[in-house]
Design a protein around this ligand. Structure first.
Ligand code: GTP
Ligand code: MG
Length: 237
């Protein structure tokens, strides 16, 4: 069934020259296109990715969401889009777990949950685990949805993704996708994925600034959508 669908992978990458070739090498051979979005790296990320066989798109605006959007724009003919980090924390060889429920028609959107899988020591910081837990708890209270993670390794049908009209340009991207998927009633599934410490220097979770900025953006995104959904409910009632 996978061969009947065009599968595209988007890898946002900022200064990942040490990790990116390994990420690409572990992507299953049934994937049709791999787009590494170089987000203004100062190292050889783009060249290394190209040498490893990926297409490279360049996004000048810094930010995880901006990079993901650029990758989507590069894959207009894909039926399924998989998002994967470029730091070798995720296990690309586990991609079938995410893609198979979509090509079989069971799900529109599949999130790899690192909490349900095996987390190697040090792969997620305590602050990240707390932040993820809190975000998922709030989403459950507000929207009644049961997510366990905001994991970056995820797959979605392209037509469903278009309907989400994603807008966030940085750290709110993953949570925005999950909230909008719930609001639109997408068939969503969580599957366990394993997670290991990144290769290279931590940019977000290992720094105080990154942790605070990402945490604040995730919580403010939840608050903004909660207010909007309350207002929407008042309008219809
Ligand atoms: N931080 C950050 N990452 C970006 C950006 N653009 C692309 N990325 C990539 O997005 C992915 C996730 O970023 P990471 O830095 O791994 O974030 P994290 O997993 O929360 O934290 P660490 O792995 O500890 O740095 C990586 O593949 C980055 O290279 C950007 O503007 N900022
Ligand atoms: Mg990472």
């Amino acid at each position: 069934m996978r061969q009947d669908a065009v599968i595209g992978v988007v890898i946002p990458a900022l200064n990942e020259e040490r990790a990116i070739a390994r990420v690409i090498a572990d992507i299953p051979s049934w994937v049709d296109r791999i787009v590494v979005v170089d987000n203004g790296s100062h190292d050889r990320t783009g060249e290394v990715a190209r040498e490893a066989g990926a297409e490279v798109a360049v996004e000048g605006e810094r930010g995880y969401g901006a990079a993901c959007q650029k990758g989507i724009d590069a894959l207009p003919t894909a039926d399924v889009i998989v998002f994967l980090d470029g730091d070798y924390s995720d296990h690309p060889d586990e991609m079938a777990r995410l893609v198979d429920p979509i090509v079989s028609g069971e799900a529109d959107f599949v999130i790899g949950s690192r909490v349900r899988g095996t987390l190697q020591p040090g792969a997620l910081t305590p602050q990240q685990r707390l932040g993820n837990w809190l975000a998922c708890r709030l989403m459950r209270l507000i929207w009644g949805i049961r997510y366990t993670d905001l994991g970056p390794f995820r797959a979605i049908r392209s037509d469903a993704l278009q309907r989400l009209e994603m807008a966030d340009r940085n750290y709110g991207w993953t949570v925005e996708m999950q909230i909008k998927a719930a609001e639109l009633g997408l068939a969503t599934l969580e599957v366990p994925v394993n997670y290991r410490p990144r290769i290279g220097v931590s940019k977000v979770s290992g720094t105080v600034k990154g942790t605070v900025l990402a945490g604040a953006k995730i919580l403010s995104t939840i608050a903004r959508f909660a207010v909007r959904s309350q207002a929407g409910e008042r309008e219809v009632s």
